[in-house]
Design a binder for this molecule. Sequence first.
Ligand code: AMP
Length: 217
Amino acid sequence: MRLVLVGPPGAGKGTQAEFIAAHFAIPKISTGDIFRANVSGGTELGRLAKKYMDAGDLVPDEVTNAMVNDRLKQDDALAGFLLDGFPRNVAQAYELDSMLAQTESSLSVVLDLDVDHDEVVRRLSGRRTCKNCGHVWHVEYDKPKGEGVCDKCGGELYQRDDDHADTVRHRLEVYAAQTAPLIEFYGERSQLVAINALGTVEDVTERAISALTPFAD
Ligand code: AMP
């Protein structure tokens, strides 16, 4: 299955991506995670991406497209993948078509996680991410047992720079202007399936898996 997840920041894409990818045994490819790993690792790509990420802006398309193109060529992605955070605008969507055309493949489906604006703000501002394993917790909805410590691996939790209130507002504007048009784009191609992303993590995962199962090979 070649799957793309779309939805506003805070819709739960990262969390759902982990479960969906595991269920369908495909690699999860998150552009945000790859950029963050490059920032932590102090690479040239990380240095370049950081200023855009901190401002809540999109990293330029040439940089992002080249990174995704390289990743999709790796062996584990040849038989299928879940893309989380890419494409983020219509130009990237066309670029993804060209990347897939190189291997004569195409997308199986695009899953839209639908959630309203106020809920997204609540979710993002309470979000805490593990420095070590990247797992995402929430100070109200999904609390780890010990404050500031990841239950999964014991790593330290932190608030992403781009999860602070001002940047959250800006990221939502960027989403509305650049990413939301993808819903119409893929809808017109009849490649879009939308689910309600409100409710518990388990409920949303169940909805996602039922919606996606007809598209699995
Ligand atoms: P995310 O973890 O998906 O919210 O991504 C965090 C940040 O990484 C975004 O706010 C952007 O700055 C950058 N980013 C992630 N994916 C893309 C993309 N497809 N195009 C451009 N920038 C991206």
